[in-house]
Design a protein around this ligand. Structure first.
Ligand SMILES: Nc1ncnc2c1ncn2[C@@H]1O[C@H](COP(=O)(O)OP(=O)(O)OP(=O)(O)O)[C@@H](O)[C@H]1O
Length: 390
């Protein structure tokens, strides 16, 4: 093949890709319009139903108020069973059931719920209920490891595909995506996988083509927006997921998003018509205390050590937040000198060292992590978690 011929064909292929992308965009827009019309028609039916005093049947099932996601759904009893017997959760918290119902109805959803409010259940439960594999995009390795560890403990086959994944695991995951072999229910990846690995995207495409991609969940979705406090450039490319897999419900979850960030992330993820759930930030399990800080460094450490020893005599886990990396190392060392099992965590450490500290802490082999804000986003540790900001 002559260079000129190659160039010509490349040009043709690129032109066709642009055309296909345009067609996909038009189809996604059309899908949005249809959803909107569907909602209007369901509202009309609901109104008729109310005026006649009897339910109208359509599409083989009884009608549900359009935005009434707390109504009755065919999966209610299966969802209750999984909630209780798989996740060990006796009752839903505010909005959880409605979010789950919206996703299981095939809708795209934006969830704004305070940290620790229970966002994970909102995508993990549908992932267990739906056939196939759910993809979860999450920004931090430590967060992914934490989630995969918790899911494994619940007996849910979850895996992660990250820079630390072994060749063997990678093979297993690719086979599960491509051929449906092996047990895989939830796959966690960092956003870089979506934007940088063509191989992964091609396997995902095959999984979708075979009808086995059940759900796409974007955790810490505020990272999409440049207006947010945690902008991650690779999150910007996640829009491709909706473009490539328009029929797969997408969930975007975050604890903090201003109106501007919400609009921005909906735009970027191509979920402009999503159902939005905002939970109040009242956290009854949180207790705040502010104490005056001495100007003498040693006294501050003495007081923190005393507070930890007196308030957490059974070595319950905690985090001490510091502003600088150097401070983290110093404070950890000084706490150790006062008999507290403590270690530091910050972004200057290599990934293995960070994971080691996180694992020791997760398994209660370390009581206190002294970290910068690099540690903590999305950490799930139900037993006695306390945090002190120096
Ligand atoms: N309905 C519920 N009842 C009791 N506990 C729950 C319920 N839902 C979730 N939890 C528990 O609450 C804790 C926090 O949940 P989760 O980690 O999902 O929070 P999150 O909203 O993802 O927080 P973050 O923003 O920090 O990631 C977990 O231990 C989880 O098991």
């Amino acid at each position: 093949m002559e260079t000129e011929e190659i160039l010509q064909e490349l040009e043709n292929v690129e032109a066709e890709v642009r055309l296909v992308q345009e067609q996909i965009k038009q189809l996604v827009d059309r899908q949005d319009q249809l959803y909107e019309r569907q909602s209007e028609l369901k509202s009309l039916l609901e109104a008729f139903e109310a005026s006649r005093g009897s339910p109208i049947q359509y599409g083989g099932s009884s009608s549900t108020a359009v935005e009434n996601w707390s109504g009755t759904f065919e999966w209610d009893s299966r969802a209750d069973d999984v909630r209780l017997n798989v996740f060990g959760i006796p009752a839903y918290r505010a909005n959880q059931q409605e979010i789950i119902n919206a996703v299981l109805s095939g809708r795209d959803v934006l969830v704004i719920m305070a940290a620790g409010g229970g966002k994970s259940l909102c995508y993990q439960l549908p992932a267990v209920l739906r056939e196939g594999i759910a993809l979860v995009v999450s920004p931090l390795l430590s967060l992914i490891q934490d989630q995969v560890m918790c899911l494994a403990a619940l007996g849910i086959p979850a895996h992660m595909l990250t820079s630390t994944t072994s060749k063997e695991d990678e093979k297993f995951i690719y086979k599960a995506l491509e051929k449906g072999e092996g047990e895989l229910k939830m796959l966690y990846v960092t956003p870089e996988k979506i934007s940088k690995s063509k191989r992964f995207m091609s396997k995902l495409e095959k999984c979708h083509h075979a009808g086995r991609l059940s759900l796409i969940s974007i955790d810490e979705a505020h990272c999409c927006s440049q207006w947010g406090h945690d902008f991650r450039p690779d999150y910007k490319n996640l829009g491709i997921l909706k473009t490539q897999f328009p029929d797969v419900p997408m969930m975007a979850l975050t604890a903090t998003a201003t109106q501007k960030v919400q609009n921005d992330l909906m735009e970027m993820l191509h979920i402009r018509k999503c159902i939005k759930f905002v939970s109040t930030i009242n956290r009854p399990n949180l207790f705040y205390m502010v104490r005056e800080k001495s100007s003498v460094g040693k006294v501050v450490i003495d007081e923190i050590a005393k507070y930890i020893q007196e308030s957490y005599p059974n070595s319950e886990s905690g985090i001490v937040y510091c502003f600088s990396r150097k401070e983290c190392e110093q404070v950890a060392q000084e706490l150790r000198q006062r008999g507290i099992s403590a270690d530091y965590y910050h972004a200057d450490m290599d990934i293995n060292a960070r994971e080691k500290v996180h694992m020791r802490w997760s398994k209660n082999k370390l009581q206190v992590i002294v970290g910068t804000v690099a540690f903590g986003m999305g950490i799930n540790k139900p037993d006695g978690l306390s945090s002190i900001t120096v």
